[in-house]
Design a protein around this ligand. Sequence first.
Ligand code: HPA
Length: 335
Amino acid sequence: MPFAHGVGGIAANTMGDNMRGSLAAPHPLYSGAEANGHIEFTGHEAAVHPNYSSNKVIGKTMSDLYERIEAAKAFIEAFGAVRPRVALILGSGLGSLADELSEAVTIPYAQIPGFPISTVHGHRSELAIGHLAGQAVAVMRGRFHFYEGYSMEQVTFPVRVLRALGCEFLFVTNAAGGLRRDWAVGDLMRINDHIFLTGMAGNHSLRGPNDERLGTRFPAMLDAYDAELGRVAHDVAQQQGTTLRDGVYFMLSGPTFETGAELRMCSAFADAVGMSTAPEVVVARHGGMRVLGVSLVTNLALPDGTPANHAEVLEAGEAAKPKFAGLLKGVLARL
Ligand code: HPA
């Protein structure tokens, strides 16, 4: 009987205290500019989580996200750039496509209110807005990863802002480990679906109060990756003589590369594995954007293969840059 008697109260109490305690503790990444010299403290992290406070705070927190989006939007609009129609998120090593924009306005993330900055080597951290292949685009040069310590809301905040700025499409790219033995390093894969394991396990980018102005509470994800954009991508790839695979992207939080057992699990359900993209795609779909996702296979992620490393990921990104850029521009020109 002591078991049945004691557990509920103790567990509830301990959890409550722990949650409050850990939410209040400053994360090293966000503890102020003086902590590491390049992460801006936004002050939002200090907000009380709605689940652990009163109804008043729930209302405040919802509008707070909306207001932060609007503030970032207003800040960016003040630069006088073109109104972007397509948002591009460029992953590891692919950022230089942003150099090809004409009439570009470039804004470092560190200046944009509410934006964190990326901490991963190989990513520049700036937003470029201009024209590419005849389209008005906003290019995120570098993205935020959950493994860096950002919350899912922070990881996906820029997508919210790009949506608010007018983007109807999201083109998202990443570096990924190929799970198929017959695939090669340097292959591109159009993402036709994803498994958002991090989200399924509780760290979901839509977790928390839902603001109906941003999207519906329970958005469908069956059509997360736009079929028509996928067809166009394959068509363009064929014209350009580029191999474009089609497959499922398995998102794990990282930052470790996978164990053999994890790779066997991933390969039972997916074709490529990586540490990004799914959170942003979910938020884009929540906001009604149409999504094209493309992975670059930077290494083969096989349980009996050689261990993956970050250097080879960057190297493969560099080598594949021209065909990756060609594909994206080809699809842009057809929108
Ligand atoms: N696993 C996870 N993420 C990755 C990989 C990998 O093998 N390659 C590039 N990103």
